[in-house]
Design a protein around this ligand. Sequence first.
Ligand code: BT5
Length: 256
Amino acid sequence: MDSGELIRNLLQPDLFSDVILLDEIDSTNRYAKKNIVKTPALIFSDYQSAGRGRFSRTWLSDRGKNLTFSVVFDLNFNYKNVFAVNFFVSLVIHSVLKNILPGKNILLKWPNDILIENKKVCGVLSEIENLSNNYKRFIVGIGLNVNQTHFTGIPGNNAASLKMFTGQNLDRYNLLYGIAKKIILFRDSLFLPERILYLWKKNSGFLGKKIRFKASGDSEFIEGVASDVSPDGALVIVTQVNKKVSFYSGEISFIF
Ligand code: BT5
């Protein structure tokens, strides 16, 4: 798919009101926060000079090889349900990747990563504006490794791309169209967070795994089994001494 076709396909009454394709930007999420007026909007950049992850971490992605983009939409939405966004977006990407890699074990890692064979192929950075108003703006940033086959500067040699599993280059705009379209068409499912959580748990392949976890702000790791995600999105771990603990934020550093 070329850029003209992508824009035509996305600028449809039931999809996007604004589609912006950039050669280079610091971060598509940052651009969205500063510039987007009409929603739903899609901002894609062929290269990000300062791509961001959670907790001010960096997202590294070679020029012209991957997908780095943000989907922006507004919803009249209850504060308590915002946790569901990461789970929803992960499920959408999961369903698209399943079609490309049937039979491959695609793992959804709490709260926002997608792994194939324990390597990270995708990260999601959801940001929400106007948190205290009923009307909230969702800025969903997605970094998906598509055709890059060498990764440097990523700790633990932990990254992979779709090409490393398919053996061939994929059409990035085709993939972008499939993911962005589904996010917009199904965004109202965010009003059913318990359904999203149910589907996430069913498809994630993550619960029951032994993990090493570090809570935000803590220096100590804990090891245990990822036993559940609570109705408000917290990760529930059963520790080695059989104690149940839950966390809203933190980092899983290892899956055994
Ligand atoms: C994420 O954060 O995984 C969210 C990444 C979101 C990136 C998108 S790109 C479009 C939009 N605009 C932005 O500026 N950001 C979003 P986190 O869970 O904090 O993971 C970050 C960590 O992943 C880094 O510290 C590295 O260890 C690792 N990492 C960085 N680049 C990677 C890559 N290309 N593939 C796999 N892992 C990577």
